[in-house]
Design a binder for this molecule. Sequence first.
Ligand code: GCO
Length: 419
Amino acid sequence: MLGFSFLRCYNKFYMKQFPHNFLWGAATSAHQVEGDNFHNDWWLAEQNHALREASGQACRHYELYAQDFQIAKELNHNCHRFSIEWSRVEPEDGKFDFSAIEHYRHVIANLKDQGIEPVVTLLHFTNPVWFSQKGGWAKFKLQKYFLRFVNKIVGEFAGEVKFWITINEPLVYSSHSFLLGAWPPKEHSLFKTAKVTLNLANAHIKAYRIIHKIYRDKSLNRPMVSISANLQAFEICRPTLKNRLAVYLRHKLYNLYFIDELKRKRTLDYIGVNYYGRNLADVEKWGIKHLLLDTCPYNHHPLRKNSLGWDIYPQGLYKLMIALKKYNLPILITENGVCTEDDNLRWDYIREHLEELFKAMEEGVEVLGYIYWSLMDNFEWDKGFGPRFGLVHIDYRNQKRTIKPSARKLAQVAQSGEI
Ligand code: GCO
């Protein structure tokens, strides 16, 4: 008896109870998991050996999705984020492939049959080859092609989908593809990066309006439409003026620019947040490039790291949640995760981020859900198959899926809502 009331008391004060309708799930993107995405710009660059590794069969998720969703169900996920591959649906300009549309219809139906809410991304870094050969996102007038695809897909699936993400991490795409030269089309132009960024912002605004119009015309309940913004916790290394200015500018530009713009245009129903960790600014000399890019190359304020060397910083998630409070919009964590061979570290990462998230929720931040990146190990873009972010291990030799212990622990949290 005493033990029981002690436990009740303990639970009351120490257990963190998430709302009963909280969304729990994991994310993937088409090119990273499906395999054989022959018609996109990444595939082409991979065949030309412009990247470390080719995506090839990836996780063969295009074929094995039902098996993968069964695992998600077993892990008590009640939502799942994935992307629809534009280049499959429209492999040639204006020619839609109905078998690909049917495929995604089955994907959505499979999730819904199991009570898993689909969260659908419309653009996750890859473009049809024909679109990029016309000039891609660097050309303002080509947005119309993306909008035609949006119109088609949302027209098909409006009745089934509530959560849409128009564009995944627009600034990551524009900077990696047009400034840093790491991703196709591998350019190094500040001017084009700015143009692409503005074009993506504009494309979201128009896509948002198209999606809402389709729902209105079909007399459906209002959808929830956003982007997934990649947010980083910018911190200073040494307390210099340059470093303080750098952190201020980076936060304004990388974290808030898109959200500010889209909020101003009233084209966000929630804020999709992808968060991984800290960026430690240490600016060597004056100049915009240094202010925006320099990071501390030493181990001055050491933190645990993922296998790609990124700093793990759960407190940053709390700080960012508080910084987003001013927008007065609900937040959905659309990605948060760690690549590591150490599954204990994965669980610590998840638990600590959930604790920070909960702290922000207690302070009045409205959070709709937590979506872990990723459901399974997959193709990590220019880094290849090395980094393992998955809740589920993939043996790429035989496509065998193995659930990791961290996934089971998250499954318990998803079931009880408690941490
Ligand atoms: C991104 C993407 C994912 C990545 C993940 C890990 O943020 O780059 O949305 O495709 O795989 O973030 O880097």
